[in-house]
Design a protein around this ligand. Structure first.
Ligand code: GYE
Length: 383
């Protein structure tokens, strides 16, 4: 279950003037990088990559401070963040009818999130309608329009991409308090705390940084990396790329040689990895924005007779059951947790809002890191 550690709000750097007091998680990037650097320098472990696991052809780069550095962990909670004062109010506290627009049901992460929402609604005796957009943006827009027409007391939305901002704004304009789950929308279009109440999510930039430290450690700071991106335009795809790409700039031996959309799915991850492994035979590593794509990529690596964890180091994000098994088996070097269990925090936030408690316009989950040291112990608990 995600633990709520921080409250904040993120404006977009798209030319609009941010509301006073908003905090952009992206601004924290340089500080997190500096923290990683100082940890590794103090520990005297620059280049202290795990030599046993270092991908073939890559000798350790002593100047790469990320290699062997401690996991930077969760980001600092942004402090100066406004509360959702101007969003539609929710005054009903009993007999609530709420809705959840889920963006897909095509992977264990999505299924676990939906199950968590349903479980919590049931526990609280709240009627919950769930729609599934099948990973199709126009279907999700239609789903949400249909839900708006039903006038739910509150609406949870897990948006496919940031472009869902317009329909989120429509819901707000219809007087429905909207709570975004796990992905953000373009906040130059739909303003947090005004058009919608809040977004509950992990800090994806930090996830990218944490993945970069694992990758540097796995490869000794020398890696030619294939990056499998999540769905183009989805906030975790944008931010996981930024966090990782920025972090590895510290290490001249690490380069992303090619980066392509794998749509967060295992099948697409596999087919894209197959193509990219062929066009980039020099690749020694794969950074996948989620476990499903990493698992597809691992299959692609094996299919060309290379050994994941030896010839090609793979690092990803999520912590699903198959991902943890892959870590335990040595196919996946590490996975940064991104918990899908939103039910308790989503409904608690809604209740707080209904009872007039201040709710911040961004709520950041706290996640752990899974490596070979703890993966097996967590398999049973995973989804
Ligand atoms: O990592 C991925 C899912 O939006 C945070 O979406 C979520 C991501 C998650 O499909 O596996």
């Amino acid at each position: 279950m995600p633990i709520l550690v921080g409250l904040g709000a993120r404006p977009r750097e798209l030319g609009h003037i941010p509301l006073e007091g908003f905090v952009d998680l992206r601004k924290f990037a340089p500080f997190a990088g500096a923290a990683v650097l100082s940890v590794s320098v103090l520990a005297g472990c620059g280049g202290g990559g795990n030599d046993d696991n270092t991908a073939a052809g890559g000798s350790s780069d002593a100047s790469c401070a990320l290699a062997g550095a401690e996991d930077p962990g969760n980001s600092e909670a942004p402090s100066d963040v406004p509360t959702a004062d101007k969003a539609p109010k929710l005054t009903k506290t009993s007999g609530l009818k709420v809705a959840f627009s889920q963006n897909a049901s095509n992977n264990p992460w999505r299924l676990a999130e939906t199950a968590s929402m349903k479980d919590e609604a049931k526990k609280q005796g709240i009627q919950l309608t769930v729609t599934d957009a099948n990973n199709d943006q126009s279907k999700q827009i239609a789903d949400i329009k249909g839900l708006i027409a039903q006038k739910p007391d509150a609406l949870f939305i897990a948006p496919i991409t940031e472009q869902l901002a317009n329909v989120v704004k429509d819901a707000g304009a219809a007087g429905i308090p909207v709570f975004l789950l796990d992905r953000a929308v373009d906040d130059s279009v739909a303003v947090p705390g005004q058009d919608f109440v809040t977004v509950i999510q992990s800090d994806f930039i930090q996830e990218g940084k944490r993945a970069a430290v694992q990758m540097a450690t796995a490869t000794g700071g020398n890696a030619k990396i294939i990056e499998l991106e999540g769905t183009t335009g989805a906030s975790p795809a944008i931010d996981r790329k930024k966090g990782f790409d920025d972090a590895i700039k510290e290490c001249s031996g690490m380069q992303v040689v090619v980066s392509q959309d794998g749509d967060f799915t295992r099948a697409k991850g596999q087919s894209v990895a197959e193509t990219l492994l062929q066009s980039h035979p020099e690749a020694t590593a794969i950074y996948a924005h989620n476990d499903e794509m990493a698992l597809g990529a691992i299959a692609a690596v094996k299919a060309i007779g290379k050994v994941p964890g030896k010839d090609i180091q793979v690092v990803s994000i999520d912590g699903e059951k198959d991902g943890l098994k892959a870590v335990a088996a040595g196919d996946l070097y590490a996975t940064v947790e991104c918990s899908p269990r939103f039910g308790p925090s989503a409904f608690q936030t809604m209740k707080d809002y209904a009872s007039g408690k201040p709710v911040k316009t961004l709520i950041i989950n706290s996640d752990q890191l899974f490596t070979k040291d703890n993966a097996s112990d967590n398999v049973d608990k995973a989804y």
